[in-house]
Ligand binder design. Structure first.
Ligand code: SF4
Length: 395
C-alpha cells in the first residue's frame, strides 16, 4: 500500500511538471514598454526589491513603491510624494506602472460591466464586473489566458484557440484597471465596504494551466499592505486540473469552484473534454482533500443547465450522491446562448425541480440570475467580436 501511495504521488508530480512545462511554452512576452522600461505591476515583493536594488535603491524603497501602486493606485511616479523628486525621476526613467488598455467597454442595463482589455502585444482578454445585490459590493471576474485549450462544448471561449498565457501583471492589471474605472482608491481597509469586493478567476482560460502567474497575481491581491483582499474573497474556478488543485489549496488557500456540468463520465467527457484525462472519481477525490474546505468555506460546484442534456431529476439525484459528505454548494447557471452554440437553456420548471432535489439533500443550490443579457455577456464573445484570434496550443 505505501508503495502504491508513493507511485501515485510520483505520477502527480510528473503530471504537474508536464503541465508547468507546457505553461512555459505559452508564456507572455516580457513586461516592458517599447522604450525598454520594466512594468512593476505583477512583480512579487522580492522581485520588486531586486529591480529597485538594480538601480541602486535602498530596500525600504520597495515598501514605499508597493504602497503607492497597490494601496494608492498610482500609475505616475510623480504622485509618489513620499519619495524625493530625484528618486521619482530615477524610477520613471527605468520603470512604468502599467495598465491594460481598454479596447471595448460595455455596461448593461443591470450595471454589469464588461471590458475587452488589450495588452502590450495586442492580445486581448475579457474582464467583467458584476454588481452584488448590496449596492456597495460586487465581483470582478478576471481572465487568466488569452483563449483556452480546453474546448468545453457550452463555452464560447472554448471555441477560441489558446494564444498565450497572461502574466501575473496582466491578471492583476485587469483588477487594477477595473478599480480605476470605479475610482476605488485608496484601497478600502478592514470592513469598509468595497465595490470591488470579490475576485473570481473564472474568465477566459483555465487558471490551473497558468498556475505560477495566477498565484503571483493572487498573492498581490491578498497582500495586506496593498489591495488586501482576504483569501475568502478570492475564488478560482477550474474545469478539474486535478494535479494542480492540491497546490492551489496548499499554497494559496483560496476558495475553489469546480465546473462540473455533468454527473456521468460519458456526458462530462463530451461537455468538459478534460474529464477524459481526470474523470469524475479523481476530481471528486481531489475536492475531498482540498485544504481548508469546511462548512464555512464550501467548494462551489458550477452546473450549467442545458435543456434535455443534464437537467433531469436523475441527474440531480446523482449529483447529490457524488458530493455527499462534501462541504459544498451548487451554483445552477441557466445557459446563456451564443451564436452557433448547440444547446438551449433549461426551462425554469426544470431548473426549479433540479434545485429542489439538490436543496432537499442539504446543499444550497442558488440559481444564478442571468446578468448583462443586453451586452455580449457570454465569456469570449467580446474578443470574437473584435476579430482577434490566436493559434491553438496542444492540449
Ligand atoms: S469553460 Fe473555461 S476551461 Fe472550459 S473552454 Fe471555457 S474558458 Fe476554457
Amino acid at each position: 500500500m505505501p508503495g502504491e501511495v508513493t507511485a501515485a504521488a510520483d505520477l502527480d508530480e510528473a503530471e504537474r511538471s508536464r503541465i508547468l512545462a507546457k505553461t512555459a511554452r505559452f508564456a507572455p512576452p516580457p513586461a516592458r514598454d517599447a522604450d525598454g522600461r520594466l512594468d512593476l505591476v505583477g512583480l512579487s515583493r522580492a522581485e520588486l526589491a531586486a529591480a529597485l536594488a538594480d538601480i541602486g535603491e535602498a530596500p525600504f524603497r520597495a515598501k514605499q513603491v508597493w504602497h503607492w501602486i497597490y494601496y494608492q493606485g498610482a500609475t505616475d511616479f510623480a504622485r509618489m510624494t513620499t519619495i524625493a523628486r530625484d528618486g521619482r525621476e530615477r524610477l520613471a526613467a527605468r520603470f512604468v506602472v502599467g495598465r491594460p488598455r481598454e479596447a471595448t467597454v460595455q455596461t448593461a442595463a443591470d450595471s454589469t460591466r464588461k471590458w475587452l482589455f488589450s495588452f502590450r502585444d495586442g492580445q486581448q482578454a475579457e474582464t467583467v464586473y458584476i454588481p452584488g445585490r448590496e449596492k456597495d459590493r460586487g465581483a470582478v471576474c478576471v481572465s487568466s489566458q488569452v483563449g483556452c485549450t480546453l474546448s468545453c462544448r457550452f463555452c464560447h471561449t472554448g471555441t477560441q484557440e489558446l494564444a498565450r498565457n497572461l502574466g501575473a501583471g496582466e491578471i492583476v492589471g485587469q483588477f487594477l484597471a477595473a478599480r480605476d474605472a470605479y475610482g476605488e482608491w485608496p484601497s478600502p481597509q478592514g470592513e469598509t465596504p468595497r465595490l470591488l469586493s470579490t475576485v473570481v478567476l473564472m474568465g477566459m482560460g483555465e487558471p490551473l494551466y497558468n498556475f505560477e502567474a495566477v498565484a503571483g497575481a493572487v498573492r498581490i491581491l491578498m497582500d495586506p499592505e496593498g489591495i488586501g483582499l482576504s483569501r475568502r474573497r478570492i475564488t478560482l474556478s477550474t474545469s478539474g486540473v486535478v494535479p494542480m488543485m492540491d497546490r492551489c489549496g496548499a499554497e494559496l488557500g483560496i476558495n475553489l469552484a469546480v465546473s462540473l456540468h455533468a454527473v456521468r463520465d460519458e456526458l462530462r467527457d463530451e461537455l468538459v473534454p478534460l474529464n477524459r484525462k481526470y474523470p469524475l472519481r479523481e476530481l471528486l477525490t481531489a475536492c475531498r482533500r482540498y485544504p481548508g474546505s469546511s462548512n464555512a468555506r464550501r467548494i462551489t460546484f458550477e452546473y450549467i443547465m442545458l435543456k434535455g442534456v443534464n437537467d433531469s431529476d436523475a441527474d440531480a439525484r446523482e449529483l447529490v450522491r457524488l458530493i455527499a459528505g462534501l462541504p459544498a454548494k451548487v451554483n445552477l447557471i441557466p445557459f446563456n446562448p451564443w451564436p452557433g452554440s448547440p444547446f438551449a437553456t433549461s426551462t425554469p420548471a426544470a431548473v426549479a425541480r433540479f434545485a429542489a432535489i439538490v436543496n432537499a439533500a442539504g446543499f444550497s443550490s442558488p440559481v444564478r440570475a442571468p446578468r448583462g443579457r443586453d451586452i455580449l455577456a457570454a465569456c469570449g464573445q467580446l474578443r470574437t467580436a473584435s476579430g482577434r484570434q490566436g493559434t491553438r496550443g496542444a492540449a
